[in-house]
Design a protein around this ligand. Structure first.
Ligand SMILES: [Zn+2]
Ligand SMILES: [Zn+2]
Ligand SMILES: [Zn+2]
Length: 255
């Protein structure tokens, strides 16, 4: 299984427009963060979690030829805004794009992209097939995916476990029951917005505390704001098996 990190930035991305802080002006490419998303190559599938505003750029950068399905964590703009660009895959593969999301997310997508769901088949619009999922395991062509339901302030958000990999972004609270699903993972990619507390995201301290409890072999932190500080400096302060993720990073896991 190969995980490619498409983006690691918070909703505004880094650099932030018109910001002249040290992080936004940094010349280290690891301080440039597109909106958070990952791609997972597993079995014969290529899955993408979330299509934020940078989806097009991410697909081009990683030279992605085919996406088999898209999973959505939740409907916030920084996770869905790029969905229109799945059209390229519709054209290339002459097939609808299957998407997997909760009922709440699907309703938000219908409001966000009314032209996709109007029933009027205007030439050139994205073609998607929605699969409504709940907080129970489902499979895509035999590959089992386990949702993990957490809270993002008051909004229920899904994380996903696929074999020994967990992706969990936009989280500020996780129940003991859902925590069980994260145990024994080889790699956890987890939300850590910044050092200061935030109402709807784990800060660095909360993310590290959860990882200390779960003890995955390896963890990467994502959905990072410019307030986190410089990548290299913050990364050096972390335990050995935990790192700040960076855009374009890839990790291969033995299943
Ligand atoms: Zn977000
Ligand atoms: Zn800045
Ligand atoms: Zn969000």
């Amino acid at each position: 299984m190969k995980i490619t990190i498409l983006g690691t930035g918070t909703s505004q991305g880094v650099p932030v427009i018109a910001c002249d802080c040290m992080v936004c002006l940094s010349s280290n490419p690891k301080d440039n963060r597109l909106r958070s998303s990952v791609m997972i190559e597993v079995d014969d599938l290529n899955l993408v979690i979330d299509t934020g505003p940078d989806f097009r750029q991410q697909m081009l950068r990683e030279k992605v030829d085919k996406v088999d399905s898209i999973l959505f964590t939740h409907h916030h703009k920084d996770h869905v805004a790029g969905m229109d660009d799945i059209r390229a895959f519709n054209h290339k593969w002459k097939a609808d794009m299957p998407i997997y999301c909760t009922k709440q997310t699907s309703e938000a997508l219908k409001l966000e992209f009314p032209y996709i769901f109007s029933g009027f088949n205007y030439p050139g619009i994205p073609k998607v097939g929605i699969n409504v999922i709940e907080n129970k395991p489902f499979n895509i062509q035999g590959t089992i995916i386990k949702p993990i339901e957490v809270l993002h302030y008051k909004l229920p958000v899904l994380g996903f476990r696929i074999k020994n990999f967990v992706y969990l972004t936009d989280v500020s609270e996780i129940s003991e029951k859902e925590k069980e699903k994260l145990k024994g993972a080889d790699l956890i990619i987890l939300d850590a917005l910044r050092k200061k507390a935030h109402i709807s995201h784990f800060n660095l301290e909360q993310a590290l505390a959860l990882l200390d409890e779960l003890k995955p072999k390896q963890a990467l932190l994502t959905h990072i704001s410019h307030f986190m500080g410089l990548h290299d400096k913050v990364n050096n302060e972390l335990p050995k098996h935990i790192n700040l993720a960076y855009d374009g990073q890839s990790v291969t896991l033995n299943e």
